[in-house]
Design a protein around this ligand. Sequence first.
Ligand SMILES: C[S@@+](CC[C@H](N)C(=O)[O-])C[C@H]1O[C@@H](n2cnc3c(N)ncnc32)[C@H](O)[C@@H]1O
Length: 219
Amino acid sequence: MSAAPDEVVAQRDRELSESPAVRELLGEALPQIVQFAEMLETDGELRGLIGPRELPRLWERHILNSAAVVQFVRDAPTIADIGSGAGLPGIVVAAMVPSATVTLIEPMERRCTWLAEVVEALGLENVVIKRGRAEEFHDAFEVAAVTSRAVAALDKLSRLSLPLVEVGGQMVVLKGQNVQQEIPKALKVIRRFKASEPEVLSAEVAAGVESTTVVRIRR
Ligand SMILES: C[S@@+](CC[C@H](N)C(=O)[O-])C[C@H]1O[C@@H](n2cnc3c(N)ncnc32)[C@H](O)[C@@H]1O
């Protein structure tokens, strides 16, 4: 079966973004997240922060995929998103969890400049941007929850993330369905930190949106 043309996919994505279920999910963060999506579609694409082929699926594959992590970190007073890139999931998390201080850790200057512009445009008052690699901050601070998406395989990601997680906190990773294959190699690192066995969870986002695989490791 051939794939649906981009216009059909984009129309479906637009309808999804306007659906009552998604509006309810995003709640008061809706205007900020709509603005973020518009920035990604325009300036974000021009500046190479998101590929043009991703735009027809921006909501389902990126914005709502990012929103799937929120249910696990909603009560965390401090959150760090490592390898935020264009702001996924960090900006979505910051807009949806205004009670948390959200630290975005990103080594690339160009991406940090973009993140700062997004934070300013959306009026997000709970975001701190730190330029650098996650491992540079291992002795600098700890947070209740560390999030990430598309940064590294689970063994490396655990090495980068767990030192930033306070005892009693957790790391929550957005992953593909085949993450099970990454677990055996990651266990050695996870045990070194006396963290929990990884839980592979299917995170429901909203009606009509494909569920997302999330890996949670508690410290
Ligand atoms: C493939 S991008 C994913 C960006 C974003 N999380 C997303 O899902 O669209 C990976 C990002 O991780 C960043 N990165 C790579 N190594 C890192 C490290 N050691 N610590 C923090 N960020 C890192 C890169 O600069 C890049 O922005």
